[in-house]
Design a protein around this ligand. Structure first.
Ligand code: ZN
Length: 78
């Protein structure tokens, strides 16, 4: 079983490629088949397919409140 990467509103993620503005940190602002991200520096919004985002993500900077309820699932994933 592949672990499923979950995203929640207000998560802040770091991507492998930085935005032209220089920031590589994005705030999750929309969930769905496509994930809405807002650049933390220039506030520009983009939409990425979930599969594309999973490949581009480098790490989570911080997790939104929605993540707390699924901490149990991630506990064995250190
Ligand atoms: Zn930007």
């Amino acid at each position: 079983m592949q672990p499923v990467m979950e995203f929640f509103l207000d998560d802040v993620v770091q991507l492998r490629k930085s935005h032209p503005c220089g920031s590589d940190q994005w705030l999750v602002v929309r969930l769905g088949a496509d994930i809405g991200l807002k650049c933390c520096k220039c506030q520009r919004r983009i939409l990425l397919p979930r599969s594309t985002l999973e490949r581009r993500i480098k790490k989570f900077i911080s997790r939104g409140p929605g993540h707390t309820s699924s901490m149990d699932a991630a506990a064995g994933n250190k």
